[in-house]
Design a protein. Structure first.
Length: 260
């Protein structure tokens, strides 16, 4: 394994940075390529057929270009729909992102948990399966919001986020005082952790980023890393990021901008 082979993170936008941040804590020397399918954003309103075709094709091009040692689909929607297709298409390990229903059920005392994701994620059979396996004795409240995804993008781009818009976006979950845990089932949503805590003060937030980082560390255990990792690369399929967004990306170690 080439010590300079990067870890590839893939998302529709900037949400996967919440996963990247956790991975960097565990693997600080890892070279990083972060790919945002900004031309295809948002994923949560697309059909299953669109994503099952688009995501493997884009990841195939990224792997061909950057030769990563491992790919991370840092997007719940893409993972729940296209993970099997991507694994069939690529010859490297692929780590997906799934809603953290198991740890949420382990934490809940009221046995009422929320699953807050995109419309596409919360309707997937994968969520049914996780609920049946790990939260069969819980009432699982599902809510999909495309607005929250856009609000997370807006926040990272340095623009103000309206608290009323957050409250409106979480919808009926805000009315359930007996919900004591909420699963952030979209990697964008941890970027709004403070705003969501204000909108859903009754619920502890749970997401899958730490578990994904542990899985990456496990799969790369014993591999060589560069003594001094190169600057991270952010790849966009659409327009170049604004100067403010580029500054935010640099805070995650992504100092070079490429286009696909």
């Amino acid at each position: 394994m080439d010590a300079n082979a990067p870890i590839l993170f893939f998302d529709s936008g900037v949400g996967g940075l919440s996963v990247l941040a956790e991975a960097r804590c565990q693997l600080p020397k890892a070279p990083i390529v972060y790919a945002a399918d900004s031309a295809g954003f948002p994923y949560g309103t697309k059909t299953e057929a669109e994503l099952a075709a688009r995501v493997p094709a884009l990841l195939g091009r990224l792997v061909e270009r950057y030769h990563p040692r491992l790919a991370v689909i840092a997007c719940n929607t893409a993972s729940t729909i296209a993970l099997a297709h991507v694994r069939a298409a690529l010859e490297i390990p692929v780590v997906g992102t799934v809603p953290a229903i198991k740890p949420a059920a382990e934490l809940s005392r009221t046995r009422v948990i929320g699953v807050l994701g995109t419309e596409a994620t919360v309707r997937q059979p994968y969520v049914d399966d996780l609920t049946a396996r790990f939260a069969a004795d819980c009432e699982v409240l599902r809510h999909g919001s495309a607005e929250l995804v856009q609000l997370a993008e807006t926040k990272l781009a340095g623009q103000p986020v309206d608290a009323a818009a957050i409250t409106a976006a979480v919808g009926p979950l805000a009315d359930r005082n007996d919900m004591d845990v909420v699963v952030l089932a979209c990697t964008h949503f941890p970027l709004l952790a403070d705003e969501l805590r204000a909108a859903l003060p009754q619920a502890v937030q749970v997401d899958g980023a730490a578990g994904i980082a542990r899985r990456i560390a496990f799969l790369t255990d014993g591999q060589q890393w560069p003594v001094q990792p190169p600057e991270g690369i952010a790849v966009f399929t659409g327009a170049s990021p604004s100067p403010i967004l580029a500054q935010a990306l640099a805070a995650y170690g992504l100092n070079r901008i490429h286009h696909l």
